[in-house]
Design a protein. Structure first.
Length: 346
């Protein structure tokens, strides 16, 4: 990577709040897979790595990643939220792309080791340290179109982050895409790098045409998810979201919200539902996106093909969305108890 285009490193300015992911922490962890085993991992200063231009990931897309956060608690400790589930999801992505599975214990040690080395760079809440394990096929051969990568690399990057959606808790404007899919049916449930490139065309087109923040993919009229977050319908005493299948990413924020919802008085319904049902719901109900980066962000407006803009409830972030978001953030910050195994102290 050219030094001029490298993201800035090691400069978490607490006041300027740089765009999500543009500041990289000063340390990373690296391991390589060769001859059927992972090498002992090493910690290095964040910076360029040397790779053959013939690696499998560049030519055939064998790349996947994870994204999760470590939070600085008021007692000064730094704690990772649901690390086990994120490691398991990366292993699932690796299986799908026929990449070697990261070892659970080694990857956990890489993550906590990086956090330990960049402890001073972890922002106070509402900032966090975003963790990005990245797995990709190496092996220098451009003849592998129908073969798995012969070698691989796993790198853990970290990034001090603040708001993902510029504007923070501002209600989002979402374009409802009723024909196109975000990615292929099989790949929806894995965090393959190519899924994000696949969604760019419709996302940028909708941004240009309808000034939308994100696209809600609803192929064949069935509501799925957005380009980087799951989608929930919320109202007094009830949450409705799509049931798990291979077509969309099984978000760990979604799972966390659904797990705590009953204690907060929300019954959870997981099933497929159509755009028409969503439009009826938002007449007096709420809608929100959830994800590690998005947290729980309220939708203010749905825009349909042709430009019809439909307000969600009163057009603001609704009270139930705010309440659920507060409960989620309180768990992430250790202010209220969490189910066993959700927090790993680094
Ligand atoms: C396509 C997609 N859906 C959903 C999510 C939410 O997943 P999680 O809550 O595990 O961050 C993400 C974020 O990573 C995503 O990229």
């Amino acid at each position: 990577m050219n030094a001029q285009v490298m993201p800035q490193t090691n400069a978490p300015d607490m006041t300027a709040r740089p765009a999500f992911g543009t500041v990289l922490a000063s340390q990373m962890a690296v391991t390589s897979w060769k001859d059927g085993r992972w090498s002992p991992h090493e910690f290095r200063r964040y910076g360029p790595i040397e790779l053959s231009p013939a690696i499998h990931a560049i030519h055939y897309g064998s790349a996947c990643f994870e994204g999760f956060k470590a939070y600085r608690w008021v007692d000064g400790s730094v704690n990772v939220f649901r690390m086990d589930r994120h490691i398991a999801r990366l292993q699932n992505s690796a299986d799908c792309l026929r990449l070697p599975r990261p070892d659970t214990t080694q990857l956990a040690a890489m993550v906590t080791g990086v956090i330990d080395r960049v402890r001073g760079e972890v922002p106070e809440s509402p900032g966090a340290l975003y963790l990005r394990p990245t797995l990709f096929g190496t092996g220098a051969s451009i003849g592998g179109a129908t073969l798995p990568a012969t070698e691989a690399m796993l790198i853990v990057l970290a990034s001090p982050v603040w708001d993902y959606f510029a504007g923070g808790e501002k209600p989002l404007r979402i374009f409802v895409e009723e024909k196109l899919t975000r990615t292929s049916t099989l790949m929806g449930q894995v965090k393959a790098a190519g899924n994000y490139a696949a969604a760019l065309g419709p996302t940028l087109a909708a941004r240009d045409q309808y000034q939308s923040d994100q696209v809600l993919f609803c192929p064949g009229g069935s509501v799925q998810e957005t380009g980087a977050a799951n989608f929930l319908l919320i109202r007094e005493g009830k949450i409705l979201t799509r049931s798990l299948d291979t077509t969309f990413l099984h978000g760990i924020t979604r799972d966390s919200l659904l797990a705590i919802a009953p204690q907060l008085g929300f019954a959870v319904e997981e099933r497929q539902f159509a755009v028409d049902e969503m439009l009826a719901w938002v007449k007096d109900g709420e809608a929100a996106l959830c994800g590690t980066a998005a947290v729980l962000s309220g939708v203010g407006t749905l825009v349909r093909e042709g430009g019809q803009a439909i307000p969600v409830g009163g057009g603001d972030v609704g009270p139930h969305t705010r309440r659920l978001r507060k409960a989620l953030v309180s768990m992430q910050l250790g202010e209220i108890p969490t189910p066993a195994g959700w927090i790993t102290q680094a």
